[in-house]
Design a protein around this ligand. Structure first.
Ligand code: PXL
Length: 280
C-alpha cells in the first residue's frame, strides 16, 4: 500500500479569475494528493485586468499556522509556493522550506511577472528576494518574463531563439541547482511549450500554439507538473503532461466561452489530466 502524498501549498486565494489556490487545490486533489493550503492573501479577483480588486494580506497568519503544524510534527511530501504578496512572505517561505522541506520536493513558481512586465505591487527589490527563494527550489517553474527578471536578462519577447533560452537555462540552473522548467517557450508561430533543464542539458516539450492568451495558465501548468513529478514521472515526461494539459484547457475554454482574464475552464478537463497522469 502506498501512503497518500501531502502537499503544503503557499499561495493566494483569488475568489474570481481561476489562479493560485483555486487552481492548485482542485487539480492536485483530483490527482489524489492532500493539499494543505497556506493562504498568503485573500483577493476578490487576481490583480491582472480586473479593476478595483480587494486585497487582504494574510502574512500575520502564516507563522502561527506553520508553528501549530510544527507543534504536532506535520510533514509534507512537497512544498509548493506560488503568489507571495510581500517581501516578508518570501522570507517566511524560505524558513518554511528550511523547516518542512528536508524530505520534500520543493517546487517554486516565482509568480511576479508576465508578458515583459512585473505584476501590480512588485518591484526590483521583490525580484531580488525571489531570487534568494529560488535558490531553495528543487524545481523552479518561471515563465519567460520571470526567467528574464531572475537573470537580469532583457525581455526575450513572445518568440525567442534557442541560444537565448539555453543561456537563460544555464543562468537559472546556477541559481537553483535543481530542475528548471521555463514556460511560454516558442521558436515560431506554430508551437509553444516548455524548456526543461537539468545538469546542463536542455530538452523541449511543445504543443500547438493557440492564438489566445488566458490568465492563470502558469498555475495550471505548475500544478499539473507537480502532480506528475509526485507520481514519479521524469522531469521531461512531467513537463509533457503539463504542456498537453494546458493546451487541452485552452482548447476547451475556447469552446465553452471564457474571457482571458477569467482563466481557463480546467474543471472540464479533469478527466484528461487523470489520463495524462495514467491514473485512469
Ligand atoms: O496567476 C498568477 C497570479 C496569482 N495570484 C494573483 C495574481 C496573479 C497574476 O496576476 O494577481 C493574486
Amino acid at each position: 500500500m502506498q501512503k497518500q502524498k501531502k502537499i503544503a501549498a503557499i499561495n493566494d486565494i483569488s475568489c474570481i479569475g481561476k489562479c493560485s489556490l483555486t487552481v492548485a487545490l482542485p487539480l492536485l486533489s483530483a490527482a489524489g494528493f492532500e493539499v494543505c493550503p497556506l493562504p498568503t492573501a485573500l483577493l476578490s479577483t487576481h490583480t491582472g485586468d480586473f479593476k478595483g480588486y480587494t486585497f487582504m494580506d494574510l502574512t500575520a497568519q502564516l507563522s502561527p499556522i506553520a508553528n501549530h503544524w510544527k507543534s504536532f510534527g506535520a510533514s509534507f511530501d512537497a512544498v509548493y509556493s506560488g503568489y507571495l504578496g510581500s517581501y516578508k512572505q518570501l522570507e517566511f517561505t524560505e524558513s518554511f522550506i528550511d523547516d518542512f522541506g528536508k524530505n520534500a520536493l520543493t517546487l517554486v513558481d516565482p509568480v511576479m511577472a508576465d508578458h515583459g512586465r512585473l505584476y501590480a505591487g512588485f518591484d526590483m527589490n521583490f525580484v531580488k528576494g525571489m531570487k534568494a527563494l529560488c535558490e531553495k527550489a528543487d524545481v523552479l517553474v518561471p515563465n519567460i518574463t520571470e526567467a528574464c527578471f531572475l537573470t537580469d536578462t532583457p525581455y526575450l519577447g513572445e518568440i525567442q531563439n534557442k541560444k537565448d533560452i539555453e543561456t537563460l537555462c544555464e543562468k537559472l540552473c546556477a541559481i537553483c541547482g535543481g530542475t528548471v522548467v521555463i514556460t511560454g517557450v516558442s521558436f515560431d508561430a506554430e508551437k509553444m511549450g516548455a524548456a526543461v533543464c537539468f545538469n546542463g542539458k536542455t530538452e523541449y516539450v511543445f504543443s500547438d500554439k493557440l492564438d489566445i492568451v488566458y490568465h492563470g495558465t502558469g498555475d495550471v501548468f505548475a500544478s499539473a507538473l507537480l502532480a506528475a513529478l509526485l507520481r514519479d514521472f521524469s522531469s521531461e515526461d512531467a513537463a509533457r503532461v503539463a504542456v498537453d494539459f494546458v493546451c487541452e484547457c485552452i482548447k476547451q475554454t475556447i469552446k465553452t466561452s471564457g474571457r482571458s482574464h477569467y482563466g481557463v475552464n480546467f474543471e472540464l478537463c479533469i478527466k484528461k489530466l487523470l489520463e495524462l497522469l495514467k491514473i485512469v
